[in-house]
Design a protein around this ligand. Sequence first.
Ligand code: ASP
Length: 406
Amino acid sequence: MGNLNRQIMYAVLMSIIFGLIFRWCESYYFEIFFGPALILIGQVFLMLLKMIMVPLIFFALTTSISSLKKNHQSQRLWQGTIAFYLITMLTAIIIMMTAFNIFSPGTDSELLMNPAGVSGDETDKTSYSLSGVIQSLIQNPFKALASGNIMAVVVFSIFFGLSLRSSNKNIQNVRSLMSGLFDSIMQIVNWIMRFAPLGIFALLTDLIVKQDMAVFMELFYFIAIVIFVILFHGLVVLPFILKFFTKIKFMDFFIKGKEIFITAFATSSSAATLPITIKTLEKNYKIEPNVSKFVLPLGATINMDGTAMYEAAVALFVANIVGINLGFSDQVILVFIAMAASIGAPAIPSAGMVTLVIVLSTLNLPVEYIALFIPVDRLIDTFRTTINVEGDVVAALVMNRFIKKS
Ligand code: ASP
């Protein structure tokens, strides 16, 4: 992983150098040869990420839910954890959306791209209905898996995971098969990540060559607000919740958990941080193993405050850039779709960037604008992953207290 991180850093550096050279030369060869090649490589990288996203979520959720034991305490644990995750994510999104509505970054920028077929008129035609949402949540699982309907996959994974808790011998065989399949999916994720330096190089170089400098200035404002608000959630809101429920002090929390936060920041992956999170909490807080082994893996999969905040921020920013006014009902939809997309985002680097497709397309915003955020994704991912993991740690400490009291 360390090696890969270094390669990604080199890829970023190389892309800046090559991007500036190509930009400066206005090379004919770039237009004819390098440009299309970079687009192809970048697209393949994005397609690989999308390819693995759905199976990864399915196997991760199914295996973690199938390992829940059946008793009263585990029922409290399961319900309390889900409620905690949903409430903290909701709070995080609302804080970010409030900041974006106040500061409105992106409103002064010119239309940076003009993707074919995207116009303000089209966005007005979207209509959302409760029955439509429910229909998209409860679906034939094969259709949901094939069409990449993440939330329907999540719903089915919950049912399927619960059914695998049976003591029936045949079903238990399926359970171990599922956990083996999950391991093999993680192996594919590792392979895809090896392609990440090249994919990132391609995407970044292409972007730098074509990028309008005004966008960078606009993005700096966007980045500053996003990071400031994410840090506010991590340094104020989450520690306050922790103190309220557990009386654990702010400094104690950060000192005892520093290995976790540094690892999360460095790896940009909640999943990669998970072994250290579990070990540190059991060692430094003597947390119940059955609490940490349930709350933390589930949290790494579904609880992503930082990612949820980012998804909402990007949607509002893109809407501002293209001059689409998201009204109150659109913003309410955004709250839920940002939450759903972050729940569905796998705990790997830049996963939140991929699930942005769901958020933008649901709101009928131009999906092509994701390209704008690729250069800043590594940076923002470090912050959002740290906050994602912090949310899991706070949940585990609160649930530990809750279970001990019950
Ligand atoms: N990298 C994040 C995580 O692992 C997910 C994301 O891309 O937002 O928690």
